[in-house]
Design a protein around this ligand. Structure first.
Ligand code: G6P
Ligand code: ZN
Length: 579
């Protein structure tokens, strides 16, 4: 029952438990390609680069070489964020997997899987790992970015040991094992095809396993009562990216939301030409609806290209990601069934504000401060020490998967809102929840300045200046502008589970009133250097809970710019993005 695909001129298998002859594996000669260095978020390059020659095939074969015999006879999952080249890339990867002894590839329908959904599938189906085709929040399309990453068997981004090995393999690769004569798989509908007795491909729903897991975490009935209420107006913006494929089944079909609550929820290969990053700069349409618009919406949220980031907004109100994780943690036990036994512990990345620390202290649960990067949370979660964690970079999540999870964060907030509104005659808003939280814990004013596309040498010189000149004189009790230093260091983290040490993770200056200045260079930029300046100031003065963050932070921002000599080193008099 070999059929022809509708739109494709290639041979294409229609899926419905088809059995075909085993595909013949062949070794195709190749040569190493420079610059295939894999980080924990995988490899990201221009889509034109990835889609030309053996660029993708070389990397995938190098990954399989790095995994070695461990991979033989195992099952993996494959999917991505729906960007340009994903569908063709999936066919290439399936053929290489078949020739490398993989037993089964599960593929998300249309090659679509949000990053947290892929993590959920790996865990639920106890797979060896998965391949996620995504460049996250980077723009997509033939002239934009493409990316791929490998996640391991608890659903977590590949550990460094594997990513380093992949890179080594990319430098010496001389052949690609593939099955050139294997027909392309029809990815447009669920079904399974078996090739001989050793290899099969199953196209699965992009949504079902993930939705099932979310139903175990949250009280869908309670959220449904809020979303279907005429007094509560919800809007979700998928920024034309992967969560568009999840929004209708989850927010509308499972939770009773209205179809017109969904904006930009048709995934596009180029994300509609936009930058699918949920923040105040790039999620412009949503920000327009929530701030100074007609005041229709009570709650707004957005997610990024691959569905792991989130932004939470109330009416004329922005919840910083640092506050979001603290507020979710504070309310988790009461509002989210998965956490009804209490939190095992909480964690945040170092530059994320200290709001979560205060919640952890009050709850009496273990608290961890990790370097920037989601991978640092995985060990804590696997060891049962962390239930909820978050980063200032719009990442929030729990230990139900091993990736940050945008839709999880939205459902966490809807759960809090639903619970607080039970039996209330006036709508309890996002702002009410935030103000109540600040009144209880105090407020950590926070903002981040990004200086993108700086000259790398200048940026490095500035960091060296901070390390070599500023840190040594920033001793306890010394003055810095109007502030008094309590401690200053270059952040170093010792993983409490495996003892591994990550050093030079950011210059941190903490003042005696709890204010903080942090400088670090981004590890995810694609050209030049991005300097990130993170600023925080704490107040428990109840008359100061609703100040504008920029105003409240002005003295400490000025101090940071002065001691770092940022303008002198980089020539920049203002940041490119403020979040
Ligand atoms: C990715 C990672 C996050 C990290 C963020 C910013 O989204 O998954 O863990 O916080 O990038 O990293 P950067 O090095 O650019 O500040
Ligand atoms: Zn992402």
């Amino acid at each position: 029952r070999l059929d022809l695909g509708e739109s494709s001129s290639k041979r294409c298998v229609r899926m419905s438990a088809v059995v075909l002859e085993a595909a013949q594996a062949t070794a195709v000669p190749t040569e190493p390609i420079e610059g295939q260095k894999t980080g924990t978020s995988g490899l990201r390059k221009k889509a034109r680069v990835f889609s030309s020659g053996n660029y993708l095939a070389n990397w995938v074969q190098s990954l399989f070489n790095a995994l070695g015999d461990e991979l033989k006879g195992e099952s993996i999952v494959l999917g991505g964020d729906g960007r340009w080249f994903n569908k063709d890339a999936a066919q290439i990867i399936i053929k290489i997997a078949a020739a490398n002894g993989v037993r089964k590839v599960y593929v998300g329908q249309d090659a679509v899987l949000a990053t947290p959904a892929a993590s959920a599938i790996i865990r639920k189906r106890k797979l060896y790992g998965g391949l996620i085709m995504s460049a996250s929040h980077n723009p997509g399309g033939p002239e934009e970015d493409w990316g791929i990453k490998f996640n391991y068997n608890s659903g977590e981004p590949a550990p460094e040991k594997i990513t380093n090995q992949i890179y080594e393999e990319t430098k010496v690769i001389d052949k690609i094992l593939t099955c050139p004569d294997m027909p392309d798989i029809d990815l447009s509908a669920p079904g399974e095809v078996q090739f001989g007795s050793d290899f099969s491909v199953e196209v699965i729903s992009s949504v079902d396993d993930y939705l099932e897991l979310l139903k175990e975490v949250f009280d869908f009935g309670m959220i449904r009562s809020l979303l279907s209420s005429p007094d509560f107006n919800f809007v979700f913006d998928a920024l034309h990216a992967v969560t568009g494929a999840y929004a209708e089944p989850i927010f509308v079909e499972a939770l009773g939301g209205k179809m017109d609550s969904l904006k930009n929820c048709v995934p596009k290969e180029d994300f509609g030409g936009g930058h699918p990053d949920p923040n105040l700069t790039y999620a412009k349409e949503l920000v327009g609806l929530m701030f100074g618009g007609d005041g229709k919406y009570d709650f707004g949220a957005a997610s990024d290209g691959d569905g792991d980031r989130n932004m939470i907004l109330g009416k004329d109100f922005f919840i910083t990601p640092s506050d979001s994780v603290a507020m979710i943690a504070a309310n988790a036990q009461e509002c989210i069934p998965y956490f009804k036994g209490g939190l095992k512990g909480v964690a945040r990345s170092m530059p994320t504000s200290g709001a979560l620390d205060l919640v952890a202290a009050k709850l009496g649960v273990p608290f961890f401060e990790t370097p920037t990067g989601w991978k640092f949370f995985g060990n804590l979660m696997d060891a049962g020490k962390c239930s909820v964690c978050g980063e200032e970079s719009f990442g929030t999540g729990g230990d139900h998967v091993r990736e940050k999870d945008g839709i999880w964060a939205v459902l966490a907030w809807l759960s809090i809102l639903a619970k607080k509104n039970e039996g209330s005659d006036k709508l309890v808003t996002v702002k009410d929840i935030a103000v109540e939280h600040w009144n209880e814990f105090g407020r950590n004013y926070f903002c981040r300045y990004d200086y993108e596309g700086c000259d790398s040498d200048s940026a490095n010189r500035m960091i060296e200046h901070l390390r070599g000149n500023v840190l040594p004189s920033a001793t306890e009790g010394s003055k810095m502008g109007p502030f008094t230093v309590a401690k200053a260091d270059d952040f170093e983290y010792t993983d409490p589970i495996d003892g591994s040490v990550a050093s030079k993770q950011g210059i941190r200056i903490v003042m005696d009133d709890g204010s903080r200045i942090i400088f670090r260079l981004s590890g995810t930029g694609s050209s030049g250097a991005t300097i990130r300046l993170y600023i925080e100031q704490y107040t428990d003065d109840k008359t100061k809970m609703l100040l504008d963050a920029q105003e409240a932070l002005k003295p400490i921002i000025d101090t940071a710019l002065e001691v770092s000599k940022l303008q002198e080193f980089t020539g920049r008099d203002k940041p490119t993005v403020i979040t």
